[in-house]
Design a protein around this ligand. Structure first.
Ligand SMILES: Nc1ncnc2c1ncn2[C@@H]1O[C@H](COP(=O)(O)OP(=O)(O)OP(=O)(O)O)[C@@H](O)[C@H]1O
Length: 751
């Protein structure tokens, strides 16, 4: 059991401080004397000397080392805060000051505490400090503040010390009881004409979220019934467990929120003055012309600070180091990736490391951080791509509110400080958290590829291009080989999604990369070559005849080429069919034919034989896009005719297939003959196709040939060609396409 003795006033020793309660005379300083002695008995777990908690006071012995505002900085903010603190009738008596890590909250609070002390309005203060045994201890908060109240306000001494005497175990009681008995009750019984401010800084640095909550509940609870003259200012990072206690205020709130905003002007002033000081005082600077550094360099550094002080004060400490030349160190700071730059940001890095290391579920968090800073994704996108439950990404990022700006209203995530992104990009600084190290890049690529292997969902932002940029620089390794199965199972719908802003060479670069990665299987390389080639054709269609530059590096498989030659005129999104139906190239022709046949039949049924053309989706689509006809009645037969042509070409290219043949019979004759042109074409190509069967049934061929009118001359025109013309047209169609696509001549059909 240790005893903690706060000896206040009088007696021997302590230098008398200026007491200011009710204009009473000066209270004593920290002395040892019997006249006022409140003895707060600790629980057995306390083994540290009590004076350590006194370091939490604004003017403690070590306080000269703690941050304070540089002269003429944060002036407007300090003025506002002081005005609120001194206001005899404020609308709220509790103020929460919040801002990201290193924004300058402690500096503001310390400067304010000093000002309030000079105004004789400081009731007490407590500066929590991470890593300090007493200054992270919630139990020390109200006892230390009570001590200062007793010290500062003469009329409070007796009631406070009486509580301590009567209840020596008060330090072991709940936070709320301490607040009630040591502060609220003695103050309520006391009359004070002026406000008295209690300043609590760095609440997020108090050990244990539960204790942080308890402290806030003790202060915010309306039943605490604080004395009318008491004001509380609490400063912290906007950590979720604290922010939730201060929801955006409505009219019934008894607190005010105060955001420590960026201030480029203040940082500029600070940097300018500090550089002048270094220039003036540093032994090696005598010959360096003034102003130093040049204004443009200064401006750049101000921008880099994002308007917060942590970056500015860190580089000043580095540049101003007496043992080095400031000019050389300034160069190092400017070149963030140059040698030695990791030393420049020591303090900053420690801050960021502490924050990152304190976050749970780090292995899940790292790829998410990579995605945020590489692709700028919002939380919804993160949930989707990382296959997390709704809102889970935000939950994972909860511990990073002091470095990340997370605006749930706009669903945007960004960094408070530009310096945090620099940190995350530099492997010597951020180590395993570095977003650019190989392991993290591979793990991000893996997550993305897993997503892209799944069913197509139109993304809100299109990032395939980023994924390719991520994959292509990866050097060969076992981990990279692990990505191959995912690359094989990628859903091509994502590649050919018109919303993606991809360019052909990007897709080609995956094939080239696979080729250079020696362990890549040949069929995977071919698959990506095919994708690249199809993509180039797609671009050609979309942008009308822009020759695909990809053709120089890609050699698609002959099977694919044959199909494409036929489909080049169809304008169908072939790629989506491929994956949706899980087909090989060989299956594709047959299946496409079957599908198209079913479609022609379905249109017939849906529209009741064409009587109600609005029931056919592709007729409506074609008409709406001005592709076919002036009205739906005109568009319907034309869209059926287009299907008929497509079927003709595909049937001709398909391998012998009895199922397909049977299916052809399901086409209602009226649909075949509604357009003589496509009917004729269909009949011609079916008969030719039947000839390609291993054991062609002559009767069948003859049957189909007879179905075609044989008065060739009459039909020998563009719209209604006879058999010879059909063949010519077929050859022309194919060969022309081969020329257009710059394909090998060997693919041409020789008449
Ligand atoms: N107005 C200012 N003038 C000069 N230096 C400042 C000012 N504000 C902050 N600094 C410096 O910036 C650094 C970070 O400031 P401070 O510790 O006050 O930030 P904070 O918001 O309290 O950070 P944290 O959330 O990590 O506690 C400190 O080195 C401090 O000295």
């Amino acid at each position: 059991m240790n005893n903690y003795h706060y000896y206040v006033a009088g007696g021997t020793g302590g230098a008398g401080g200026p007491g200011y309660g009710n204009g009473a005379g000066g209270a004593g300083g920290q002395g040892i004397g019997p006249s006022l002695n409140f003895d707060i008995q600790s629980s057995a777990s306390f083994t540290v000397n009590n004076t350590e908690s006194l370091e939490a006071i604004h003017d403690s012995t070590d306080s000269f080392m703690e941050p304070k505002c540089h002269p003429e900085t944060r002036t407007r903010m300090l003025k506002d805060l002081r005005k609120w603190a001194l206001d005899p009738h404020p609308t709220t008596t509790i103020l929460w000051l919040y801002g990201p890590a290193g924004a300058g909250k402690s500096a503001i609070m310390r400067t304010l505490a000093t000002q309030l002390h000079e105004d004789r309005r400081l009731g007490g203060c407590f500066f929590f400090k991470r890593g300090h045994v007493m200054r992270t201890n919630a139990r020390m908060l109200f006892t230390t503040i009570a001590y200062q109240l007793a010290l500062n306000i003469e009329s409070l001494r007796t009631p406070i010390s009486r509580v301590a005497e009567k209840n020596p175990s008060i330090i072991g009681r709940s936070i709320e009881t301490q607040m009630q008995q040591l502060i609220s009750e003695p103050c309520r019984a006391h009359e004070n004409r002026h406000s008295l401010v209690i300043v609590i800084d760095g609440l997020d640095e108090c050990d244990g979220h539960a204790f942080q909550g308890e402290i806030l509940r003790a202060i915010l609870n309306p039943s605490s019934n604080h004395a009318i003259f008491l004001r509380f200012i609490i400063a912290s990072r906007p950590e979720p467990q604290i922010s939730k206690m201060f929801p955006l205020p409505d009219h019934s709130c008894n607190y005010r929120r105060f955001n420590v905003e960026q201030s480029f002007d203040d940082v500029h002033k600070y940097l300018r003055d500090e550089f002048s000081r270094i220039h003036r005082d540093h032994s090696t600077m005598a010959k360096i012309p003034s102003p130093w550094p040049e204004p443009s360099v200064l401006e750049k550094l101000v921008r880099k600070s994002s308007g917060y002080f942590i970056y500015a004060s860190t580089i000043i400490k580095f540049i101003g180091d007496e043992n080095f030349r400031p000019t050389v160190r300034l160069e190092v700071v400017q070149n963030t990736n140059g040698p030695g730059s990791e030393l420049a940001y020591d303090a900053l890095d420690q801050l960021y490391m502490t924050i990152l290391c304190s976050v749970p579920r780090q292995s899940e968090l790292i790829p998410i951080l990579c995605a945020i800073f590489k692709f700028g994704w919002c939380s919804k996108e993160l949930d989707k791509v990382f296959r997390l439950a709704k809102g889970e990404a935000l939950l994972l990022l909860r511990g990073l509110h002091s470095v990340l700006k997370i605006r749930s209203s706009k669903d945007e995530i960004s960094s408070h400080h530009a310096s945090f992104v620099d940190f995350l990009k530099h492997p010597d600084r951020s180590g395993t958290f570095c977003i650019d190290i190989l392991n993290n890049q591979i793990s991000l690529a893996r997550s993305l590829l897993q997503y892209y292997a799944g069913p197509f969902q139109r993304p809100k932002i299109f990032t395939l291009s980023n994924l390719i940029d991520l994959i292509v620089p990866l050097p060969p390794s076992d981990e990279v080989t692990g990505l191959f199965p995912l690359l094989r199972s990628m859903n091509p719908d994502y590649i050919f999604d018109p919303g993606e802003n991809l360019i052909s060479p990007k897709i080609g670069s995956i094939a080239s990369w696979l080729k250079n990665t020696l362990s890549a299987p040949a069929d995977l390389i071919q698959l990506w070559k095919d994708y690249a080639f199809m993509f180039s054709i797609d671009c050609m269609r979309r942008y009308d005849n822009i020759t695909p530059s990809v053709k120089h590096i890609i050699s698609p498989s002959p099977e694919l080429l044959r199909i494409l030659v036929s489909l080049g005129f169809l304008g169908r999104p072939l790629w989506s069919l491929l994956t949706k139906l899980d087909l090989t190239w060989t299956d594709l022709r047959t299946t496409l034919s079957l599908q198209l046949i079913r479609k022609i039949v379905k249109n017939h049924v849906d529209t009741e034989g064409g009587a109600n053309p609005s029931a056919s989706r592709d007729t409506v689509f074609s008409y709406k896009h001005g592709l076919l006809g002036r009205n739906l009645e005109e568009a319907y037969p034309r869209s059926q005719q287009a299907l008929g042509w497509d079927i003709s070409y595909l049937v001709r290219l398909s391998p012998p297939c009895p199922v397909l043949y049977r299916e052809l019979w399901s086409i209602p004759p009226s649909e075949i003959w509604s357009s003589l042109a496509s009917g004729n074409t269909l009949i011609h190509h079916v008969s030719k196709w039947l000839e390609s069967f291993p054991d062609p049934m002559i009767e069948l061929i003859t049957f189909w040939q007879r179905a075609m009118p044989d008065f060739e001359p009459c039909f020998n025109n563009t719209f209604n060609p006879g058999p010879k013309s059909q063949e010519k047209r077929w050859h022309y169609h194919d060969n022309n396409m081969i020329v257009r696509l710059h394909l090998p001549n060997s693919l041409k059909i020789v008449v």
